[in-house]
Design a protein around this ligand. Structure first.
Ligand code: DX5
Ligand code: ZN
Length: 219
């Protein structure tokens, strides 16, 4: 099963409702919301108020990707805004286990994100504490960057490790995912695909979602 998660980062921020409607038409599984604080990454996007406004327009689950320092400060706020999944970066928190446990306590799926150069053994003593691993396939901060093929080895390593330890986790790839790279990531073991430019940069975002799904499933 491949899950397609359009990233609103590449949408027209002045017409988020239009982007949400297009994602629904295309059969998106989840909407990916990129929250950036200007510290953990060199860019600023939006916070819980915008996530709540999107939530009010759709029944689709929202996956909130926190690219912020000390994300534990904001978990409750994003849960209240309607997040179904909250993902924190292992590089951004001193106490990842505590943050993940708090996300679950709030009733959300807990995600742990790894930057491209963070080795997969960052997960070693955290298995069982998260529902999703998000592997960045670009350096976080901006949409429209090129997929880093070196991360494919990490996708395969995480997929193998998940099988070995016996925990069912979603393996999410994020960054530069398109019709060409999605099948490569799927072949390595990715199960969920975040795509910004490939969806909202397309003339017909709904059709782009369907094409991405077909590509991810055809690997
Ligand atoms: C990057 C974000 C991604 C971004 C992907 O820091 O985490 O979710 O939206 O955009 P594309 O698909 O354009 O690489
Ligand atoms: Zn993201």
């Amino acid at each position: 099963m491949s899950e397609i998660r359009p990233s609103l980062l590449a949408a027209d921020f002045a017409d988020l409702a239009g982007a949400v409607a297009a994602a629904e038409r295309g059969g998106a599984d989840t909407l990916h919301c990129d929250v950036m604080d200007g510290h953990f990454v060199p860019n600023i996007t939006f916070g819980a108020l915008v996530v709540a406004a999107v939530h009010a327009r759709t029944a689709l689950p929202l996956d909130v990707h926190l690219m912020v320092e000390a994300p534990e400060r904001w978990l409750r706020g994003f849960q209240a805004a309607g997040a179904s999944v909250i993902t924190v970066h292992v590089e951004a928190t001193r106490h990842p286990q505590r943050a993940l446990a708090e996300i679950r306590r709030l009733g959300c799926r807990a995600g742990l994100a790894l930057n491209p150069a963070t080795p997969p053994d960052a997960l070693d003593y955290l298995w069982g504490e998260f529902d999703e691993v998000l592997l960045m396939t670009v350096n976080p901060g901006f949409g429209g960057q090129r997929f880093l093929p070196a991360v494919l080895h990490k996708v395969a390593a995480v997929s193998a490790a998940a099988n070995k330890v016996g925990f069912a986790v979603s393996i999410v790839v994020d960054g530069g995912v398109d019709e060409e790279t999605a099948p490569q990531a799927a072949a390595a073991g990715a199960t969920a695909f975040v795509a910004g430019s490939a969806v909202f940069g397309a003339k017909d975002p709904a059709a782009a979602i369907r094409k991405l799904r077909a590509a991810a499933q055809a690997h």
